[in-house]
Design a protein around this ligand. Structure first.
Ligand SMILES: NC(=O)c1ccc[n+]([C@@H]2O[C@H](COP(=O)([O-])OP(=O)(O)OC[C@H]3O[C@@H](n4cnc5c(N)ncnc54)[C@H](O)[C@@H]3O)[C@@H](O)[C@H]2O)c1
Length: 318
């Protein structure tokens, strides 16, 4: 099977990620079945996807007729049996719970046609372990979209121990067909690549904060007005190339030993969680988010991200 032959896709789970993932496939011309436990959840999911399409239309990244056609090609369903019938690719976006994912992959395996590829949007659970619940581990891969999936270009395609090269290539090619920026994670390691990079930075940022070296705002500015700009464009390795590897080598000699290397969850994070300060969703974390402010912050984030997306699409020639 080639990526261009994929026309029937199922997305299982219509929470934060599922609707956006379904939209990516639908806009690439696939018939999509979107599954969740009840009609209310599915109605909310379709509304969220319509809102995401509206943001793409306003950013001139999508036309209204294409958005309408894409929504029409998604069939919201509560029946897993109907969703799996004749499907060629299934993407699971269920809660991050290994036992649940294994139970569901066992069912997908029984219900989907032989030869269908089963992918998981897990943020970092083992693809090898998930695949063990099936009789087709060669056809199981990680397909980790980033949130919000209608904007973020990255998809991490992860090979489990038994995933075949052709399955991984097919998933990578399908991502390209959707206009995404896939990367291949050759070995099934916790956190794949994106979250490992993200948590390495977060650990140091929390360490600097708890040591009182700088305020939360100044630590964030150190990234957004400094290395974050270059990383956004070049990534850490090309940035090092441009700085000179000899320079990075010299600095590594004294700096790496100074960096935080704790392997337990940061105490400062545990303190905030204990106090119920979970971030934007509870109105406060390292910053305050009054209700009216939260919508503003998210809209501003999405506007800036959509601007980046336009630049990336222009770089690729559309
Ligand atoms: N939220 C994020 O930012 C994000 C980003 C990337 C990857 N992920 C990963 O994607 C997956 C989904 O995350 P999410 O945030 O969308 O979760 P979520 O909790 O928002 O949504 C999960 C959905 O699955 C549904 N569900 C539960 N059991 C079901 C069943 N048996 N049959 C059908 N539907 C069922 C729930 O009703 C819910 O709507 C997780 O593995 C998560 O780690 C999440």
């Amino acid at each position: 099977m080639k990526a261009q032959d994929i026309s029937r896709v199922a997305v299982i789970g219509a929470g934060t990620m599922g609707p956006g993932i379904a939209g990516e496939f639908a806009r690439a011309g696939c018939d999509v079945r979107l599954v969740d436990l009840g009609p209310d959840i599915l109605r909310r999911a379709m509304k969220r996807l319509a809102d995401a399409h509206q943001a793409l239309i306003e950013a001139k990244l999508l036309s209204a007729p294409k958005a309408e056609a894409a929504l029409k090609s998604i069939r919201p369903l509560t029946s897993l049996e109907t969703a799996c019938d004749q499907v060629q690719l299934l993407v699971e976006a269920l809660p991050e719970d290994m036992a649940l994912k294994q139970e569901m992959f066992h069912r997908f395996d029984a219900l989907c046609p032989e030869g269908a590829v089963l992918a998981s949007n897990t943020s970092g659970l083992s693809i090898t372990e998930i695949a063990r619940a099936t009789k087709r581990p060669k056809l199981v891969a990680g397909m980790h979209f980033w949130n919000p999936p209608h904007i973020m270009p990255l998809v991490e395609v992860t090979k489990g121990k038994e995933t075949s090269d052709s399955t991984a290539e097919l998933v990578v090619e399908m991502c390209r067909r959707m206009g995404k920026r896939p990367i291949l994670v050759r070995h099934d390691i916790p956190g794949f690549i994106g979250n490992r990079l993200q948590y390495a930075v977060l650990r140091e940022a929390l360490h600097l904060l708890s040591e009182g070296i700088a305020s939360a705002e100044d630590i964030d500015t150190a990234m957004t007005a400094g290395p974050g700009l270059r990383y956004g464009l070049l990534g850490p390795l090309r940035t090092a190339d441009l700085g000179g590897l000899d320079v990075y080598h010299t600095i590594s000699k004294y700096l790496l030993a100074e960096l935080n290397s704790d392997s337990s969850p940061p105490a400062v994070l545990a303190e905030f969680v204990e106090k119920g300060r979970l971030g934007a969703k509870t109105g406060g974390g390292f910053y305050e988010y009054p209700k009216e402010e939260l919508g503003k912050v998210i809209r501003q984030r999405d506007r800036v991200l959509l601007g980046f997306l336009k630049v990336l699409k222009e770089q690729k020639g559309g």
